[in-house]
Design a protein around this ligand. Structure first.
Ligand SMILES: [Zn+2]
Length: 417
């Protein structure tokens, strides 16, 4: 089945239904649920946090659960199948307090649990089987053809790579296809959004030189750069350095709600220029900057970002927290239709723009040599890190100094004699 056609069919069905969403007839609400696959795999922060639930509820012991009957999570197989999911980004998220400790081990464990889930339910999930040059788009098409769920992985937070490009590349080989550059903490190479509230120091003034190398290496690999959660200076630096379109997986417009997690106007214009995507967040704090928000408030962000960054840079980026359950999505679509959004614009915002960014990121990947830059040892030094590799460099420097000292001593002695 052609992906775009399948997408169009589903969206058209959903949109026709949503035109009548105000009536709220049973048939209409049922029909609107056809939108679920596209609402769910793109928004929800672009990812599904089921692996995190596996960890905190089952310590990743999949043998203790049945994904067909699992009840205490948002996701189980019947729900995924009812939604006719075509693709899913499984989040390999670990909190900031793992930084400098076991962040890499924890992230690998979350990647492993996704792989094991796919192995345990091979009739449902279709993970990238070949390591090299796996295309997201072809994965989704393959899954559509096999009626399975294409499974890819996103890492939410640069602390997960523990300052190592080798770790970044290995994550890619294990199926990681996007990384949120920071979560809510600075790393030795990137500043996070809390810097803009004054509660964190601007340790790196945005992206350090090494941080810029991380972005370039992500471009080279074909890994998507996600700028939700970073400081404004980091946004600016990354937009400047990245040769591929970037995404904000769950952020809104700063001009509408002055929250540091949102994107300011000047950068919305750069996003437009660089063909990036702002996937609008539904969280109350980021929509109205207070505890209350309604769908009209959310629609204001859609209108605003469309006006400033263009329709090609608008996406849906989160569950409607505080706005009801997933069934409120069709109401939002109906609201946007009332605001004269065309069905083509809604198609683009729902999925077309997202797929376009992925295509361009994959087209941009380069077969150049991997970057072997390492961060200075002083910046990564903790009681959990050894200094292998760095020791030789330090010793070589000492040897060089000693050699020079001896040479000078010999010269001095020869002059005396
Ligand atoms: Zn987040």
């Amino acid at each position: 089945m052609d992906l775009d056609q399948a997408l169009q069919d589903r969206l058209d069905f959903g949109l026709v239904c949503c035109l009548y969403a105000n009536n709220r007839t049973h048939r209409c609400v049922q029909g609107c649920r056809f939108l679920a696959p596209w609402w769910q795999w793109r928004p929800r922060y672009l990812h599904n946090d089921l692996p995190w639930q596996f960890l905190i509820q089952y310590n990743n012991q999949l043998s203790k659960l049945d994904l067909y009957t699992l009840q205490n999570t948002h996701t189980n197989i019947p729900k995924l199948q009812a939604g006719k999911m075509g693709a899913q980004f499984w989040a390999a998220y670990v909190p900031c307090d793992t930084q400098g400790k076991d962040a890499v081990k924890r992230t690998l464990e979350q990647i492993d649990v996704v792989h094991r889930m796919c192995d345990d339910y091979p009739d449902v999930f279709d993970f990238a089987e070949t390591v090299e040059a796996v295309s997201l788009i072809s994965d989704i098409e393959r899954a559509f053809n096999n009626s399975k769920i294409a499974s890819l992985i996103g890492v939410e937070g640069g602390h997960s790579i523990d300052n190592s490009l080798a770790t970044l590349r290995t994550f890619y080989k294990l199926g990681v296809r996007y990384m949120t550059v920071s979560h809510s903490c600075n790393t030795p190479w990137v500043d996070n959004w809390i810097v803009d509230t004054g509660s964190d120091n601007a340790d790196n003034n945005g992206l350090s030189d090494f941080g810029k190398i991380v972005i370039k290496e992500m471009n080279r690999l074909g890994m998507i750069v996600d700028l939700s959660h970073v400081s404004v200076k980091t946004m600016r630096d990354a937009l400047d350095v990245s040769t591929a379109p970037v995404i904000f997986s769950h952020s809104s417009a700063y001009a509408v709600c002055k929250h540091a997690r949102n994107v300011p106007d000047d950068l919305l214009r750069v996003v437009k220029e660089k063909r990036g995507l702002v996937m609008i967040n539904f969280y109350n704090d980021y929509v109205t900057c207070n505890q209350k928000a309604n769908l009209s408030d959310v629609a204001d962000h859609f209108d605003y970002i469309k006006k400033v960054a263009g329709i090609e840079s608008v996406g849906f980026g989160g569950l409607p927290v505080g706005l009801g359950d997933v069934s409120t999505y069709p109401d939002l679509v109906a609201e946007l239709l009332r605001r004269n959004w065309t069905s083509q614009e809604l198609h683009d915002a729902l999925a077309g723009n997202f797929l376009r960014v992925f295509r361009e990121v994959e087209q941009n990947l380069a077969s150049t040599r991997a970057d072997d830059t390492v961060l200075e040892y002083e910046k990564i030094k903790t009681s959990c890190h050894t200094s292998y590799g760095y020791e030789y460099e330090e010793n070589a420097a000492v040897r060089q100094h000693l050699g020079l000292g001896l040479l000078l001593l010999c010269l001095l002695l020869s002059l005396i004699h």
